[in-house]
Design a protein around this ligand. Structure first.
Ligand code: CTP
Length: 400
């Protein structure tokens, strides 16, 4: 059975689609899963605790305390689960999850969880389309959650459109696929160190020299490596990207010097390093203590070279498989190969700013990977797929 002994915590919130949970619970149990149900206070208007506890063969909790004055430990509940399913997930519960508004047992448990979270939203079509809901769903994906989109059809309001909770069969298929693919964890036991985002080099207390890197590629790589079972250290410069995965530790830094120091705290233990950060090559020699005033017609800031983090890693390489990035505007391959050699890398990922859809702040990227012995070109893809291509290629090289 595909879900044998999988522990699934189902959090039911107050929507009419809660009636489908009875069927879902029965079918999940038939597939071998163990089910624990939590309900928000509003959910109890739509489905009975008695039905759900009978079907799940466990008491259903909805409050921090049970009737006999025992405390329902949200941390224990969260750590017990192999996966959490928020279904149906109302606009209200979704908003509370995304903003940490912890006023019931469901949200406290969700906030304590380290396991994968699946979200099956259900609401009326206009609520679903509202920018606030759409933003919260996008944020949920940024957190690394799996959103099971609402289906289109007749809604409780009598209107018709997108907002129906996905059918139990769809949810079960997604669980089966997830647990099946998580068995093939090719990077289990490996430590992957990733640098991401830009660095900011202070000029004075309010100004800095930075660049347009968004951190999207590095964060996509961290997610892809964590999904393959790696333990990931993500050293990131300032970015608006967010990530929440049990295998990923984010170490935020500001300047190239901070990044250098943080990276070398982890380098010795790393099996693979992916340097996707756009590190500033130079930093102001002096950081003014006070804000610089515009007294003169011109201003000269003396810059000094930053440490080359990747080059230093290359020079100290032992077991590490080193992957660098090269962003070029001309003579792309030649420059990338020079970097591969100069920094003692195992492979380099080349981006050309001449390629439409590649580069900073985009969700897509078009890459070419080069090694000492050859090159492979990839088509324009979403950065998450590009991340998988990079890891597939690296794993192929490691197997050689
Ligand atoms: N890199 C680094 N530390 C630096 C500069 C770059 O770790 N101080 C890494 C980047 O993360 C990237 C690779 O080195 O993986 C290539 O960076 P790039 O700045 O393009 O290379 P440079 O050698 O600095 O060459 P250029 O003259 O083109 O800037």
């Amino acid at each position: 059975m595909p879900l044998q002994e999988k522990k699934i915590l189902i959090c039911v919130s107050g929507g009419i689609a809660a009636y489908k949970i009875n069927i879902l619970v029965r079918q999940l149990i038939k597939q071998g899963a163990e089910i624990q149900i939590l309900m928000t206070p509003a959910a109890q208007h739509f489905v009975s605790k008695l039905t759900l506890s009978t079907l799940s063969k466990r008491p259903v909790f909805s409050d921090f305390y049970s009737e006999n004055d025992t405390w329902n430990n949200h941390v224990e509940l969260a750590l017990w689960a192999d996966a959490i399913l928020m279904a149906p997930c109302t606009a209200n519960t979704l908003a509370k999850m995304m903003h940490g508004q912890c006023d019931n047992l469901v949200i406290a448990t969700y906030l304590s969880a380290k396991c994968p979270v699946f979200i099956a939203p259900a609401m009326d079509l206009d609520m679903y389309q509202h920018p606030s809901t759409q933003q919260n769903l996008a944020l949920a994906e940024d957190f690394g959650h799996i959103v099971i989109p609402a289906e289109t059809g007749e809604l409780a309001s009598g209107l018709s459109g997108q907002g129906r909770m996905a059918e139990p069969e769809t949810i079960i298929d997604i669980f089966c696929q997830y647990f099946e693919s998580s068995k093939k964890k090719s990077l289990t036991g490996k430590k992957v160190l990733i640098t991401a985002g830009p660095t900011y080099e202070a000029i004075d207390p309010v100004r800095f020299i930075g660049n347009h890197s968004s951190g999207k590629m590095g964060f996509a790589l961290a997610k892809a490596a964590a999904e393959r079972g790696a333990e990931v250290i993500l050293v990131s410069g300032p970015t608006s990207e967010l990530i929440n995965h049990q295998n990923i530790r984010v170490c935020p830094v500001i300047s190239a010097k901070d990044m250098y120091e943080e990276v070398f705290k982890h380098y010795d233990q790393a099996d693979m390093v992916i340097a996707s950060a756009a590190v500033a090559d130079y930093a102001p020699k002096e950081i003014a203590v006070q804000k610089i005033k515009k007294n003169d017609d011109s201003l000269t800031i003396e810059l000094v070279k930053n440490p080359d983090i990747l080059k230093t890693m290359g020079a100290q390489k032992k077991k590490q498989f080193l992957i660098g990035f090269a962003l070029e505007t001309n003579d792309e391959e030649e420059h990338a190969l020079q970097k591969l050699q100069k920094k003692n890398l195992d492979m380099i990922v080349l981006n050309s700013l001449r390629d439409e859809g590649a580069g900073f702040k985009k969700d897509t990227n078009k890459i070419k990977i080069l090694t000492q012995s050859g090159a492979r070109e990839f088509s324009l893809k979403h950065k998450q797929e590009v991340a998988r291509d990079i890891l597939d290629f690296a794993e192929e090289q490691l197997l050689k």
